[in-house]
Design a protein around this ligand. Structure first.
Ligand code: KIV
Ligand code: ZN
Length: 504
């Protein structure tokens, strides 16, 4: 265990409260339960599930999460108002995050009150919450801009009246590690202290670490760093930095982190930035020749975290920066055998494609390798006919006639839109031959107007095997169909087919 921190750092996750305050994000009670369950399963100590006073939906979320028997403590945000506290107790919360503004700016301009009035409200609220049997975390909003002697005396009185824990909020992200070293130690002496940081200046994680070094025992975090404006301290970054950089065992099931991040991204509709630390798509993806070559030989050359530690896999993608080692390794995985001359030619053609600004998909690599190795590949699936109907009075429906392994198959399917209907009908039509899943769908418009060339890239999987493929047309539906059929054909190619005339 590290000497820098307390033996057991606690984590309060506020994805379902501060995270949900991200503009545009709104979760229903079932979605909140799904996320809370996952947070509890991975070992989060306290889950702040929302704000009981906000709406009926919030109260019902609090109730179903409290009834779910999670191992995490179930907490809800409350103001220093009796009604908020009653909602928390009546709907089953274990604890309240009782928030009072503590800077003069908030007290005077927002609340139009005096310090004494706010302190009196806080004390009354702590007493009321204790009478209602709740654990109380008394939280100072905008604490980093507060008069610290007022804050210390308010917190001390709160603890005398029964508050169990305290929380220092850097509400608009103005803390620095230097201020933390000055402000936190006196407060951490009063009672167990949480730190709640915002990332307006990109310092949330740094300040959270600094606070824990100064005596804070609990970190407020959110999954993927969601939260008001620039968000809060990201759970995944804090946990992995503690584990990797400080060799501190957090007790969090890190191998579930990516699954949790993807779940939260899907349910909130907030995409993961591709280059986000730990959970971004590119965090374990390598293209450049030197890097890819390095990680193929020894992953630690260009990776500081083993992807498996957070439930991810390394990806080597091909493009203009690729070198022969990564191309050879990708070809090897696809059962192609090449001699040096053929490999060189394949690398050259991949670089050409990359220079045209294209992502090089697996299907592209297969097409290039087939051409260079003069393999006369006959696709398993051929499309004879495809129709899609959509409009203001029609349920989007697609129908298709395919020839699969020489046999004619027809099918029809509806969807949420014409593209979805097209994807569904293709997948369902070949369901008897193979269970192919669409893992990812991505569209790029190549030029600006309504007649733009549209490029669709898909990622498909079958029995754990993954393939990427692309379609490019001015018609988005046909581009999607083209990408899908190219990918399905790639996945259905015979495993033992001889792919190489001159094996080395
Ligand atoms: O950032 C903040 O100050 C908050 C409080 C409302 C707890 O989220
Ligand atoms: Zn906040």
């Amino acid at each position: 265990m590290s000497v820098l921190f307390v033996d057991k750092i606690r984590f309060l996750d506020t994805t379902l409260r501060d995270g949900e305050q991200t503009p545009g994000v709104s979760l229903n009670p079932e979605q909140k339960l799904e996320i809370a369950t996952k947070l509890s399963d991975i070992g989060i100590d306290v889950v702040e599930v929302g704000s009981a006073a906000a709406s009926d939906g919030e109260r019902s979320a609090l109730q179903i999460i409290s009834d779910a028997g999670l191992s995490s403590e179930v907490c809800t945000f409350v103001r220093a108002l009796p009604q908020d506290i009653d909602f928390a107790a009546d709907y089953g919360a274990d604890s309240v995050h009782l928030v009072v503004p503590v800077s003069d700016l908030h007290i005077e301009k927002k609340m139009r009150k005096t310090r004494d009035q706010v302190a009196a409200m806080a004390i009354a609220a702590v007493r009321h919450a204790k009478e209602r049997g709740l654990i109380v975390e008394l939280s100072g909003e905008d604490a980093s801009r507060a008069d610290q002697s007022f804050l210390q005396s308010l917190f001390a009185k709160g603890v005398e009246c029964g508050a169990d824990r305290l929380c220092f909020c850097d509400t608009v992200g103005l803390l620095t590690p230097e201020k933390v070293a000055e402000f936190i130690p006196p407060i951490a002496k009063i009672a167990p202290l949480s730190i709640h940081c915002h990332d307006d200046l990109g310092f949330a994680l740094t300040n959270t670490f600094a606070a824990m070094k100064s005596g804070a025992t609990c970190a407020h975090v959110t999954v993927n760093g969601l939260g008001e404006r620039a968000g809060n301290t990201p759970l995944e970054e804090l946990v992995m930095a503690l584990e990797i950089l400080y060799n501190y065992q957090t007790g969090i099931k890190t191998e579930e982190i990516y699954h949790l991040a993807s779940l939260v991204s899907r349910l909130t509709g907030v995409p993961l930035p591709v280059n986000k630390a730990i959970v971004g798509e590119m965090a374990f993806t390598h293209e450049s020749g030197i890097h890819a070559h390095g990680v193929i030989r020894e992953p630690s050359t260009y990776e500081s975290i083993k992807p498996e530690m957070i439930g991810r896999k390394r990806r080597i993608v091909l493009g203009k920066h690729s070198g022969s080692a990564s191309v050879e390794s990708a070809l090897h995985e696809m059962n192609y055998k090449t001699d040096d001359h053929q490999l060189k030619e394949i690398v050259k053609r991949i670089k050409q494609l990359g220079d045209e600004g294209k992502r090089v998909t697996d299907a592209d690599l297969m097409a290039i390798a087939d051409a260079v190795l003069a393999i006369d590949y006959k696709p398993v699936i051929k499309m004879r006919q495809f129709t899609v109907v959509s409009g203001s009075n029609a349920i989007p429906t697609a129908s298709v006639m395919l020839v699969v392994d020489g046999q004619e198959i027809t099918g029809a399917s509806s969807g949420t839109g014409p593209v979805d209907a097209a994807m569904q009908v293709l997948r369902k039509s070949i369901a008897d031959v193979a269970d192919i899943r669409l893992e990812e769908y991505h569209v790029d418009a190549i030029s600006g107007g309504t007649d733009a060339l549209v490029e669709v890239t898909v990622r498909l999987s079958k029995d754990g095997k993954i393939i990427t493929s692309r379609g490019a047309r001015t018609d988005i539906i046909m581009a999607s169909v083209e990408a899908m059929i190219a990918g399905m054909n790639g996945l259905l190619r015979g495993e033992h087919e001889n792919r190489g005339k001159n094996p080395r």
